[in-house]
Design a protein around this ligand. Structure first.
Ligand code: ATP
Ligand code: MG
Length: 557
């Protein structure tokens, strides 16, 4: 029991305690509450994993609630993408709710507060209201409208919603405590006027509730028991509870619990900032494979399991911090290593001619699909006199420690023969055009002589049996760990100019002509790749999901 307890995160501990004590009749209900104003990023995945995870683990339910109380930034495009991304991660909600469905209930609650003398219409400008807020150490100043008659506030509140009041002319404020040590309790604004049509309610409303007012109440209307959110809402909790105290007439209460947000190095994690990159065309869209969005990661070839494993590994705490991008990449590599087929792909090809191999001969070489998983079987790879190899697997004047092809040296062609390099052909400028070698027929993979010791193994693709491909090599989107560290700089000036390198004329084995967008592979010795959605049978396009090894460890220094 003790053992088990240790491995629970602090949220699970709270939930188990509540269950033991029979809070809220032993019900567990959570929600994931995105605002449909952008695509989900991997930070949201952290919230999704705990919201849905807690419900799954404790036989509760988790609903999806769109927090659509601000018509200015919201759109159905985002609603659809959010649902798709949650399902992709492998989670399923019980119900879909929209905070906008509660506009009437919220309005009625506001009227109740007004009637009880707990809310008033303030006609001051936003600047004046801000000035009167005070500071954390000095009390604020009460608004001259604070004690206006209830009847006046009721009338003006109706007017706020009629379309006759311009935006910014008046707001509804809760009457709480202008001297509170918590700034959020100093008569917070709960309604403001917006004239832009709402993506679901159209022109029905002109007065819209603020986040703090709508959020806890939506939790309450739905029966949420544990309202999990990120640490920046910790200071809002007294207000969350204050509203509930005004509203609740039974024992039932939702409880807000805050955890640390996910921040990752070398990227940005805010929908607003990501939208800027999209709108200014600094990336190709929300699904650009360099984006930290779930749609971008999906396109890049990340598996949902690898994202969930990563989130599991970093855990949930009460302290904000930054997680290293290489941890996420490690999780991606680890998952792909177990599951994907190894194939041959040559990114920067040069032709190798095996001069003693018969011109018309073609052999089929047995090759294992995945050494990590015997159930994935093997396939046949065609071998002939001419093969594409990587340009940097040959060097004419090689240093001693170079174990690949250089005149006089022997290497193994993976799954085929041992060959000995005999030279190369160059053009007038000294560029290498072709590499020559001779093979040893006794060293075919599987024969006793094949075990002969050679220092290097290289990959290859038979020229006559190869396909052309475009390969997109991705790197980190930003050059620095924290693009906001230097307040003087615009984060967009810190983008990595080499975050995308497009290689054309790459060669891959024929086997890949049946692959579909999304299919994932390991290009032996290079990295993990998947087929991009831009790919066609005539023009195969691969994304590098992640390199085989972390090259950033030494690079940045
Ligand atoms: P952003 O700042 O990117 O716009 P947000 O918090 O405004 O994010 P919402 O759509 O309001 O986005 O968030 C939905 C849920 O996801 C909230 O519960 C929020 O706390 C959580 N969330 C958002 N960003 C992160 C993050 N980086 N790490 C963990 N949870 C997050
Ligand atoms: Mg937000």
């Amino acid at each position: 029991m003790e053992e088990n307890k240790k491995s629970l995160n602090f949220i699970e501990q709270i939930v188990e305690k509540d269950l033991r004590e029979g809070h809220n009749d032993g019900r567990i209900q959570t929600r994931f509450p995105p605002e449909p104003n952008g695509y989900l990023h991997i930070g949201h995945a952290k919230a999704i994993c705990i919201d849905f995870g807690i419900a799954e683990k404790y036989n509760g339910i988790c609903n999806l609630r769109f927090d659509d109380t601000n018509p200015v930034k919201e759109d159905v495009e985002y609603v659809d993408s959010i649902m798709k991304d949650i399902n992709w991660l492998g989670f399923h909600w019980d119900n879909v709710y929209y905070a906008s469905d509660y506009f009437q209930q919220l309005w009625d609650f506001a009227i109740k507060l007004i009637n009880e003398g707990k809310a008033y219409i303030d006609e001051q400008s936003a600047e004046d209201i801000a000035k009167q807020k005070g500071t954390p150490t000095t009390p604020g100043t009460e608004s001259p409208f604070r004690n206006r008659p209830i009847s006046e506030t009721l009338e003006l509140f109706q007017k706020m919603n009629s379309g006759d009041v311009p935006e910014g002319k008046m707001v509804l404020r809760a009457k709480i405590d202008m001297a509170s040590s918590n700034m959020h309790m100093r008569d917070p604004i709960i309604y403001r006027v917006i004239h832009i049509p709402h993506h679901r309610t159209g022109n029905q409303w002109k007065a819209y509730p603020m986040y703090d007012f709508a959020h806890g109440e939506s939790d309450y209307f739905e029966g949420v028991t544990h309202s999990l959110c990120t640490l920046e809402f910790e200071v809002h909790r007294p207000l969350y509870d204050w509203f509930l105290d005004q509203l609740a007439d039974t024992e039932y209460r939702p409880q807000q619990i805050e955890f640390n947000r996910l921040n990752l190095t070398y990227t940005v994690m805010s929908k607003r900032k990501l939208l800027e990159l999209v709108q200014e065309k600094l990336v190709s869209g929300w699904d650009d494979p360099r984006m930290p969005t779930l749609t971008g990661m999906r396109r890049r070839g990340y598996t949902p399991q690898s994202i969930r494993n990563f989130i599991d590994s970093i855990g949930y705490t009460k302290y904000d911090g930054v997680n290293d991008m290489s941890l996420l990449e490690h999780a991606v590599r680890e998952d792909l290593n177990k599951h994907v087929t190894r194939v041959s792909g040559v990114i920067d090809p040069i032709k190798l001619i095996i001069t003693n191999y018969p011109e018309d001969m073609v052999e089929e070489m047995e090759t294992i699909n995945n050494p990590e998983d015997a159930t994935m079987g093997s396939r046949k790879l065609k071998f002939s006199r001419e093969a594409w190899i990587e340009r940097d697997d040959f060097m004419e004047d090689a240093p001693k420690k170079y174990f690949r092809l250089t005149p006089g040296s022997e290497v193994r062609l993976k799954s085929a023969y041992i060959i000995k390099c005999t030279g190369c052909k160059k053009d007038e400028e000294g560029n290498i055009l072709e590499v020559y070698a001779e093979y040893d027929p006794q060293t075919k993979s599987g024969m006793p002589e094949a075990n002969r010791k050679v220092k290097g193994t290289i990959h290859w693709v038979s020229v006559a049996h190869s396909l052309n491909a475009e390969v997109r090599l991705y790197d980190r989107l930003f050059m620095v760990e924290d693009p906001f560290a230097d307040k003087e700089k615009d984060f967009k000036d810190l983008m990595n100019p080499n975050s995308l390198i497009v290689k054309k004329g790459c060669k891959v084995e024929e086997y890949l002509n049946e692959a579909k967008p999304g299919d994932r592979f390991q290009f032996q010795r290079i990295g993990y790749f998947n087929i991009d959605s831009d790919s066609t049978p005539q023009n195969l396009v691969f994304n590098r999901t992640v390199a085989l090894r972390d090259s950033w460890k030494n690079k940045g220094e």
